[in-house]
Design a protein around this ligand. Structure first.
Ligand code: PHB
Length: 363
C-alpha cells in the first residue's frame, strides 16, 4: 500500500504522502465545498481562481462538486466541466494552484433526484435509481421549491450516463487537474444507487449489493480509461442522512463498497464519517478502512487534535477539513503554528460575492 510505504512509522498531518504518482507535501486536505459562486454559464470566474489559489498550501485541494453534464445540475451557480468555457475557466484555477506548488483534484458530480425541473435542460424531470421523492425542497433560481418525484433511469440509459462521466474526466484532464474525485456520497446520484432506501430496482443495477455498486464500478472503469487509477479518488458517506437518504445496513453495504474499490490502485477512499448535520456515528469506520487497500481520507467534523489522533492510531492516512478551510486559507500554517483559527461565517457559505469567500485573513 503506497500510503504505508511512503510514510514514517507515525505520520502526522505534516508528513508528506504519495498518492498515485503525486507527492503531497502534507496530509491536510481541503474538502470539496459547494460555494455557489460560479459565473454565467456555470463557468469558474476570477474570484474562484483567487479562492483556490489562497488555499494551495493544502496537501491536496478537492474542488467543489462540479457537474459532469447539464443534466447533473442541482443548485444555482455551481460550476460544470462540460463546456469549453468551463474547461477554460478551470484552467485558470489549476494554473494558479500549480503556481503556488499545490495540487488539485476536480470532484465530479451528478445530483440525480436532488435537482428540480427548473434547473434542468427543457425542464426535464430529475432522474434517480428509483422513482422515490426526497423530503424537502430544492434550491432554485426562484427560491425553494418542493422536490418532485424523479424518473427511474432505464437500463438503456446507463451507458450514456457513464459516458458523461468519461467525457467529464477527459475535460478535467484538459483543464489541467492533477486528478479527479468521483462523488459517490451525500445522497447524490451514485449514492442513490448505492443505498437501499433509494434503490428499489430489480434489474442489474438494484437489489443485491453487487448490483447496487455496479454504477459506481462502471464509472470507475470509464474514468480510469482517461486517468491513471492513482489519480482517481472516491468519496462515500455511509451514514450521512443529508438529502433524505439512508441504508438499512450501512456497515455491510460500505464495507462491501470499500472492498469492491480495492485492487485497482485508486488514489484514495474519502469517507464522510457519520451524519454531516448531527455528527452522529453508528458504525465502525475502521472496518471500512480495513476493507480498502489504498490511502484512507477521513472527513466530518475533524479538529487538528482529532485528526492527529486519527493518524497516530492509523485510522486514517489523510484528513479533509471543510468549514475550517472556508475560514482559514492558510490552515496548514495555522495548524503548524498552533495559531488561532478564524471563525467561519455560515451566512456567507452559499452564494454572494468575495465577502466571506476570499477575504478571510491569512496570518
Ligand atoms: C450542498 O450544496 O449543500 C452540498 C453539495 C455537495 C455535497 C454536500 C453538500 O456533497
Amino acid at each position: 500500500m503506497q500510503a504505508k510505504q511512503s510514510s514514517t512509522d507515525k505520520p502526522d498531518l505534516f508528513t508528506p504522502i504519495t498518492i498515485g504518482k503525486l507527492e503531497l507535501s502534507n496530509r491536510i486536505i481541503m474538502a470539496p465545498l459547494t460555494r455557489n459562486r460560479a459565473g454565467e454559464g456555470n463557468v469558474p470566474q476570477a474570484m474562484n481562481v483567487t479562492y483556490y489559489q489562497q488555499r494551495a498550501s493544502a496537501g491536496l485541494i478537492i474542488t467543489e462538486a462540479t457537474q459532469v453534464s447539464p443534466q447533473g445540475v442541482g443548485y444555482p451557480a455551481t460550476p460544470g466541466i462540460h463546456s469549453q468555457e468551463q474547461i477554460d475557466g478551470w484552467k485558470n484555477v489549476t494554473k494558479a494552484v500549480h503556481e503556488q506548488g499545490g495540487h488539485i483534484f476536480l470532484q465530479l458530480w451528478y445530483v440525480g433526484r436532488i435537482s428540480h425541473p427548473s434547473l434542468l435542460p427543457e425542464g426535464q424531470t430529475p432522474v434517480s435509481a428509483s422513482a422515490i421523492k426526497p423530503e424537502g425542497e430544492a434550491i432554485t433560481y426562484t427560491g425553494m421549491q418542493p422536490y418532485v418525484v424523479p424518473r427511474a433511469l432505464n437500463l438503456e440509459e446507463m451507458p450514456g450516463l457513464v459516458d458523461q462521466y468519461r467525457q467529464a474526466a477527459s475535460n478535467a484532464k484538459a483543464a489541467g487537474f492533477d486528478g479527479i474525485e468521483v462523488h459517490a456520497a451525500n445522497g447524490y446520484l451514485i449514492d442513490q444507487f448505492l443505498r437501499d432506501g433509494t434503490n428499489q430496482r430489480d434489474d442489474e443495477y438494484g437489489g443485491s449489493l453487487e448490483n447496487r455498486v455496479r454504477l459506481l464500478q462502471d464509472i470507475i472503469a470509464a474514468v480510469t480509461e482517461v486517468w491513471e487509477p492513482g489519480q482517481v479518488g472516491v468519496r462515500i458517506s455511509p451514514e450521512n442522512g443529508f438529502n433524505d437518504i439512508r441504508d438499512s445496513q450501512p456497515q455491510a453495504t460500505f464495507n462491501y463498497v470499500a472492498k469492491t474499490l480495492s485492487g485497482k490502485g485508486l488514489a484514495y477512499l474519502h469517507v464522510v464519517e457519520g451524519d454531516m448535520m448531527t455528527g452522529e456515528r453508528g458504525i465502525d469506520y475502521r472496518q471500512i478502512r480495513d476493507h480498502f487497500d489504498g490511502p484512507y481520507m477521513a472527513n466530518c467534523g475533524y479538529t487538528q487534535d482529532k485528526a492527529q489522533a486519527s493518524l497516530a492510531q492509523s485510522n486514517a492516512d489523510m484528513v479533509a477539513f471543510g468549514s475550517l478551510y472556508i475560514a482559514n486559507p492558510d490552515l496548514v500554517k495555522r495548524f503548524k503554528a498552533d495559531a488561532e483559527l478564524n471563525t467561519p461565517d455560515q451566512t456567507t457559505f452559499y452564494g454572494g460575492d468575495e465577502h466571506g469567500y476570499t477575504d478571510y485573513p491569512s496570518l
